[in-house]
Write a protein that binds this ligand. Structure first.
Ligand code: CA
Length: 232
């Protein structure tokens, strides 16, 4: 069965162009030209992936993204942003988008990212409910099947990417991991040099865990990368 792609974009020409290209690739495509109808289409059609413009009439892309994430942590969302909206990219990622593309973009690059995102989302099958699905770092417990994180008994709310990043660090605890490795593993491909997204996410994690619980879990090796330090 063809995978369903929802495009939420108010620039009619761009939306039409992307729609035709995606149909040509064999995807089933639906489009919305404002945030509210985008959200409605998401609800009724349950697409496999969403391409979401940032600046939209009625409901902006960030808000649409946030609402979708409340219901579905896993459906891939690629934000489409205009040039120079750097802060907004970060806000988008913080609200649960998986990726972003800056307009104008090459259609081949968009197609490649869609393939990567779809493949990744299919591979994210919840683990069986057994002890293998628990990861530990000091007093942090990560439940991979439930996708929950607890520090002692306190549950921590993390976005999808924060969760994936923490899991990757903890699976490789006590090993220094470079930003590039994190990008490849957590974001899924070479991120075209914008490695500072890793630093941004490390900061989010530290705010939610290290800072909040007054304990140093994530360590920085300057010029190299990061590691999660467990008790010796
Ligand atoms: Ca727009």
């Amino acid at each position: 069965m063809a995978e369903k792609i929802l495009i939420v974009e108010d620039e009619a020409k761009l939306a039409r162009f992307v729609e035709l290209e995606l149909k040509h690739e064999g995807y089933e495509v639906m489009t919305a030209n404002n945030g509210r109808s985008g959200l409605e289409l998401y609800e009724s059609e349950k697409p496999d992936i969403i391409l979401l413009d940032l600046m939209l009439p009625e409901l902006n892309g960030i808000e649409v993204c946030r609402r979708i994430r409340k219901e579905d942590e896993l459906v891939p969302i690629i934000m489409l942003t205009a040039k120079g909206e750097v802060m907004d990219k970060v806000t988008g990622l913080d609200n649960g988008a998986d990726d972003y593309m800056t307009k104008p973009f090459a259609i081949e690059e968009l197609l490649a990212r869609i393939r990567v995102a779809l493949k990744r989302s299919k591979n994210t099958i919840p683990a069986a409910d057994n002890s293998d699905s628990l990861l530990k770092l000091k007093n942090i417990t990560i439940d991979l099947s439930m996708r929950t994180v607890k520090v002692d008994k306190t549950e921590i709310e993390l976005t999808k990417k924060e969760f994936d990043l923490l899991v990757y660090l903890v699976k490789n605890k006590n090993i220094v991991i470079t930003r590039e490795q994190i990008l490849n593993q957590v974001w899924g491909y070479d991120y075209f040099g914008e490695t500072n997204v890793v630093d941004v996410y490390i900061r989010y994690l530290r705010n939610k865990i290290d800072e909040k619980f007054g304990e140093k879990y994530i360590h920085t090796i300057r010029g190299v990368g990061y590691f999660a330090k467990d008790e010796n």
